[in-house]
Design a protein around this ligand. Structure first.
Ligand code: FES
Length: 103
């Protein structure tokens, strides 16, 4: 069964930055793009590099290893290196400003 898990304060994550957390043993990356928050698997579908620290621009994150760009909303990759999408997770910010992710 899935449920929302508290993570950390939305104010801790600057625009165009990301932070990895573990929820139920899953390695999940929380991203801020333009004030919108996204939760994706923290593992590239090309060669399984961690995406943490990847550059975020306009709702896309670039893998730090070979640069494949993934859409943060859909998980879909761009380009030829992989056509496997990332898993994405429902995310919201609570009334008290805490980011919550459904896993
Ligand atoms: S491992 Fe991410 S692009 Fe190659």
């Amino acid at each position: 069964m899935t449920s929302y898990h508290n993570t950390f304060a939305a104010s801790e994550l600057e625009n165009n930055s990301n932070k990895a957390i573990s929820i139920n043993g899953k390695n999940i990356l929380i991203c801020n793009s333009g004030g919108d928050f996204y939760a994706i698997d923290n593992l590239c579908t090309h060669q399984r590099a961690e995406l943490e620290g990847g550059r975020i621009r306009n709702c896309f994150i670039s893998c730090p290893l070979h640069g494949v760009r993934f859409n943060l909303e859909t998980g879909k990759p761009m380009g030829q290196m992989t056509n496997i999408p990332l898993a994405t997770y429902p995310i919201k910010v609570s009334e008290t400003g805490i980011i919550q992710v459904e896993v």
